[in-house]
Design a protein around this ligand. Structure first.
Ligand SMILES: C[S@@+](CC[C@H](N)C(=O)[O-])C[C@H]1O[C@@H](n2cnc3c(N)ncnc32)[C@H](O)[C@@H]1O
Length: 258
């Protein structure tokens, strides 16, 4: 049995990650975390995973806690799944922060950390927009791990809703019949049920096609250097989007600068 487990863990990214890792655990994101926590840029002992829940139940938080010597971890999201609630008490250094991380009070509860994870979340952020969220958090960490579906069709970022309904649905991984997206264009200025925001401002839907140029310019303007980047290939069936992994660090003499 042990042999079987060892064999699996050598050849399957999921088994190797941590006990209970979900089947969709991304080895691309794991590589980004491993790189950031490798010690090349100094000791990384605290982190916050912004929006780490949907579809993966905090998997990148739990992986990092399992794999590295962590003194403080924060998983922040507007909701927590049952799996997260069951698993969190196993880790005394883990804090769950519930709320909208665009809110400065939520940011202040998260506090200062050695590394900040923004995995599949930037393209959803509006008002404050994705670039304003980066500004908001620039003072909280010197190491940003960004994994985002990046727009490769143009040099500059596009607001997907501005493309109009037909093109919008050609550029998001959701069918117009998906319950969250049905009649979206008719209810853009109506409030999202139970929330103090309209659908137009909702992080629940795809909002942006962010380009590498704009992301790099923003991080550079905030004093960060890109120390690692990986193109992880086309995202699903969307020809204009690729998964890109970035490590941005703010320190003197950062490794392989661009
Ligand atoms: C697409 S999922 C990404 C999950 C995970 N980070 C991953 O890489 O698979 C986006 C997650 O971010 C959360 N989220 C997005 N915007 C948020 C915000 N402004 N405040 C709090 N949570 C947010 C959602 O609730 C959801 O759990």
């Amino acid at each position: 049995m042990d042999l079987l487990r060892k064999f699996r863990s050598r050849f399957s990214g999921t088994e190797a990650a941590f006990p209970g890792a979900p089947a969709n655990f991304s080895s691309d994101k794991k590589r980004l975390i491993d790189r950031a926590f490798s010690g090349e840029s100094g000791l990384v002992q605290s982190f916050a995973d912004l929006g780490g829940v949907w579809g993966v139940h905090g998997a990148y938080t739990f992986y990092t806690l399992h794999r590295f010597d962590i003194r403080r971890a924060v998983l922040a999201d507007c909701w927590f799944s049952e799996t997260v609630m069951q698993r969190a008490p196993e880790h005394s250094h883990l804090e769950l922060v519930q709320g909208d991380f665009r809110d400065s009070q939520v940011r202040d509860r998260i506090g200062r950390v050695d590394a900040l994870f923004l995995f599949d979340v930037l393209l959803h952020q509006v008002h404050p927009d994705w670039n304003e969220v980066l500004e908001m958090y620039a003072g909280t960490s010197d190491r940003f791990l960004i994994f985002n579906q990046q727009y490769i069709e143009s040099e500059r970022t596009v607001r997907l809703l501005d493309l109009g309904e037909r093109e919008y649905f050609e550029n998001v991984p959701h069918d117009p019949d998906n319950p969250a997206y049905r009649d979206l264009f008719e209810r853009l200025d109506l409030p999202e049920p139970g929330l103090d925001r309209t659908w137009r401002e909702s992080p629940s839907i795809w909002q942006w096609g962010i380009t590498d140029l704009d992301l790099r310019e923003k991080m550079s303007s905030l004093g960060f250097k890109e120390t690692w980047h990986e193109n992880c290939g086309q995202f699903m069936n969307l020809k204009r989007f690729e998964n890109h992994a970035f490590l941005f660090e703010r320190r003197s003499g950062a490794g392989s600068e661009r």
